[in-house]
Structure formats: C-alpha cells, structure tokens
Design a protein around this ligand. Structure first.
Ligand code: BG6
Length: 496
C-alpha cells in the first residue's frame, strides 16, 4: 500500500482552454503569463491546449504576436527558443470573428479534431457587448453540452454597467449556460491576500470576539493607485471609479470582511454568506449621494518626481469630462454584528502611493489612565495590507522608555510572504479554480445584481453631474474625505 502524501494542490483534468480575444491586452498581460506559471508549477495538465479564436490573422501571424507579448510579459518563455517551442506546441488557432456562426462551428470542429480531451473552458477576454453573442454561438454549435466533459464560460469584468444591463446579461447567459457553468471573474478575489483574509478570520479564534460593533468603530477598504486612466478612456469615461472599483472589487472584499462564518468552505456556503451581507446593506436614498458618497477627479501633478497630466488632458478624455477618478462610499450593514459601524470604501487613480488595504479601526479607550499631558494613546487598528507588502499590522500603544508613563505608538508587523516566497498571481489562482470547478472566488448572478442595486441610487444621482471637485495627482488632498468620515475614530487613513 502506498504511503505517499497526496499532493497539496489538485491538478485539473486535461482541458481545451479557448480564449476569445486572443490578440488582446488581457491575454498578453495576464492570461498567457498565468498559464505559463501554471505549466511551470505542474498545475496545467500536459494534454491541455490553449486555443485562440482570432480574426483576420494567419496562425503564423498570431503566434508571432503571442511571442512578442511573452517577450515583454513572460520573458522566460518569450526569449528562450526551447521553451517557446514547447509552449507554442500547446497553442492552436481557430479563425473567425465573434459575429458569425461559422466561427463557433469551426471551433466545435477543431475541438473534435483535437480528440481525446473533451473538457473546455471558454474565456471571454473580449469587450462586454460580445459576451451574449458568444454564449449564443457556443450554444448553437453544441459547445455547452456537458455529456462528454465539462464546459465552462469565464466572463470578465465589467459585468454590466448598471442593474438593468447586469440583469439582462445574466438572463442571456443563463439561457444558454447553467449558472454552475458561469464564472464571473473579479480578480481581487484571486489575490492571495484577499483569500488570506478568510484564513485570518476563520482560522484564528482571537479575532472573532472583537469582530463586531462592540469593539470596532469603523472599517476602511481602499485601493489607491498611482496609475492614471492609461489607454482606457473609452471604457473609463462611461465607468468612473464607482463602477470600475467600488461596485465590483471593493464591495466583494467588504462581503468577505463582514460575512458570518460559513458552515463549510464550499462555493455555495461562502457565496450564501456574502449574499446575506449584500442584502443587509442599507439602501441609499437619493440625498445620500452627497452625504454618504463623494467623487473627485485628478488634476495635473507629480508622482515619483514625474509630471503627470490632468485626467481631462489624457488621450480620449473629453476636456469637460466630470467622470470621477476618486470615489468614496460610506456603507452601513443593518444586522446584529455591524449595526452602526460604517464601512468606508474608497479608491482613487493617480494617488501618492499604490496601496490597497483593509483598516479595522477599534473604538477609542473609555478613558486615558496615563499621563494627561503626554500624547494620549491612540485607538487600536488592525490593517490587512492587500498590496504591496501583503501582511497584517496591529497598532498598539506601548510605554515610552524612561521614567514616565508616557505612551507611544507601536506597530506589530506580520508580513504574509517571506522574501523570496512566491505569491500566486490572481489569474493563476482563478484559472486553476475554474479548471477544478471551484466557484468560491467568483461572483454569483445574485451577488452581482444585488451590488448593482445597492449603488444604483448613487449612479442615478451622479448621472447628471456637470462639474466635479479636483485633487492634485500624487497627493492625498481629496476634498470632502474628512467630512465623509467626520465621526470616524482617527478619520481618513492615508496609507503610509
Ligand atoms: C481593474 C480596473 O479591474 O482593476 C482598473 O478596471 C484598476 O481600473 C485595476 O486599475 C486594479 O487592479 P490591481 O490588481 O492593480 O489593484
């Protein structure tokens, strides 16, 4: 009898990974590098294939494009002849555009010819307006049927632009695929540090007694970026920070922070708990758009010593645009655990630093026992750093060395990954999970609709906006943030 320890990480069955949008940016920057790392770690079955659906290019031209992309984003393969040869042997191209049925029947034919391996994952790395058409085409070509192997479809963000469009998309996808075959990606949930939050919460008994309204004053969940809008003005002008980051990534993180312990670590149990949080989020009234939320836009400034232009001077942005590049929303969760604890979710482009974190601010001390003329002790805080320097920090008060009882702040740091230890990229984790059929880190249809419903009154109120407050790029000088958090212990936490 073998006594070998089973591998810690399960390896998925051989799968045909079909990428729609195989010449696009996401494929080049994220998907192919993630698949290469999975191959290197032995997480992709060697009989798997990567099939690009490509329009107006020969296979040779596509392969050249893929290689050029890898030279930039996965140089260990792109620059190494032998490794490229072995990787490119896994690649296959199917010609055609998304509009025509022949593309999907051609794909079905190609999958048939490849033989043996009947599992297929369809990755929609394409503009959202094509998701529905692709689902129809796959269905019509008989590619949704799971009698010979699994068939799963991965949908990228943005999933709709509002409640109505998200509902319509859900309905369209669910006409052709079963909900269990649909994987809606939110790459924040694939971040190691976000998953680690669940372990911190549910594998440590000391946190649970503190994790509620009795001890916590408020929670801040943030994503500050130094990048501007880059080349994405066409999308971002209609999206803005509320849709781009808050409705999706940050609200998803909020559900993990706020949810009750699930009864088991399965996709259904975890997603049921997340959904309960969303259902308990207090609905905004139209007037809340000004007192429970704020928006601003970056003006020109300096980041890391370099001058950066104002949002309105970025390529593709209208000079009189009032799209928000910073947004903050104050949520309340009306349940026993969180009543009265504001959750402030904020995000901004062109901020001073790229930092994303969850800050748990505890209540103030009931009174200060120590030297009244010294600096009073500050409220305790626990920070979960999502990036960079993933880890957990606990702010305490300690005695100042010397003969007095003056206090000083002390920060206990527990980095998550030690130097040199690999932290999986979000897309590796998520692709691996789709291959295994684990939907825990993907948003379910009802979650997506519920979160759109929550932000709908803010969207409605912001729709008519004609002017917007500005903040200098590279600064934390965002107007109104202090007002939004006027009653929160310690105020706005600007990442250090
Ligand atoms: C994307 C947004 O979903 O997330 C981008 O569309 C944003 O605007 C990005 O820059 C941030 O992701 P990360 O992993 O860099 O924090």
């Amino acid at each position: 009898m073998s006594t070998a320890t089973p591998p810690l990480v399960e390896i998925a069955e051989p799968t045909n990974i079909v990428i729609f949008g195989a010449t696009g940016d996401l494929t080049k920057r994220k998907l192919l590098p993630a698949l290469i790392t999975m191959i290197d770690c032995g997480l992709l079955h060697p009989d798997s294939r990567i099939i690009g659906v490509v329009n107006k290019r020969t296979e040779q031209e596509w392969l050249e494009l893929v290689r050029a992309g890898l030279q930039e984003f996965s140089p260990e393969v792109g620059m190494d002849e032998a490794r490229w040869k072995s990787f490119s042997a896994m690649l296959k191209m199917v010609p055609g555009d998304l509009e025509h049925d022949t593309t999907y029947t051609g794909l079905a034919g190609a999958l048939e010819t490849l033989g043996g391996n009947k599992n297929a994952l369809f990755y929609c790395a394409i503009p959202p307006e094509w998701y529905g058409r692709t689902a129809i085409g796959l269905h019509a070509a008989g590619l949704v049927d799971q009698s010979e192997g699994f068939r799963r479809i991965v949908i990228e963000k943005p999933f709709g632009m509002d409640l109505a469009s998200a509902k319509a998309l859900n309905q369209e996808l669910q006409t052709y695929f079963d909900e269990s075959q649909i994987y809606r990606i939110d790459h924040y949930l694939g971040k190691e540090s976000v998953q680690n939050l669940l372990v911190y919460r549910f594998a440590n008994s000391i946190l649970e007694p503190l994790w509620n309204r009795n001890y916590i004053d408020h929670i801040q969940i943030s994503a500050a970026e130094t990048l501007g809008v880059e080349y994405r003005a066409k999308y971002y002008e209609h999206s803005g920070a509320l849709r781009d980051m808050i409705q999706s990534h940050l609200m998803q993180v909020m559900t993990l922070v706020a949810m009750e312990p699930p009864v088991e670590f399965t996709d259904t149990a975890v997603r049921n708990e997340k959904m309960k949080v969303l259902r308990a989020v207090r609905r905004f009234k139209p007037e809340d758009a000004t007192c429970h939320a704020m928006a601003a836009q970056y003006a020109a400034g300096t980041i890391d010593g370099e001058h950066v232009p104002a949002y309105v001077s970025e390529p593709g942005v209208s000079p009189d645009s009032s799209t928000e590049t910073f947004a903050a929303v104050r949520f309340h969760i009306d349940n026993w655990r969180w009543q009265g604890v504001p959750f402030i979710l904020w995000t901004g482009k062109r901020m001073q630093k790229r930092v994303s974190e969850i800050v748990i601010r505890f209540r103030n001390l009931p009174f200060n026992l120590f030297d009244s003329h010294a600096t009073p002790p500050v409220a305790n805080a626990m920070v979960f750093r999502l990036h960079p320097d993933e880890g957990i920090f606990l702010r305490m008060n300690a005695k100042m060395p010397g003969l007095t009882t003056d206090t000083q702040r002390m920060v206990m740091r527990a980095p998550y990954a030690k130097d040199g230890m690999d932290v999986a990229e979000a897309y590796e984790t998520l692709l691996h999970d789709v291959l295994l059929g684990d939907a825990t880190l993907f948003s379910r249809a009802d979650e997506v609709e519920e979160s759109w419903e929550i932000v709908a009154p803010l969207q409605e109120a912001w729709k008519e906006r004609v002017s917007i407050e500005r903040y200098r790029a590279g600064s934390w000088n965002v107007p109104d943030m202090d007002d939004l958090m006027h009653d929160c212990v310690g105020g706005w936490h600007k990442p250090q």
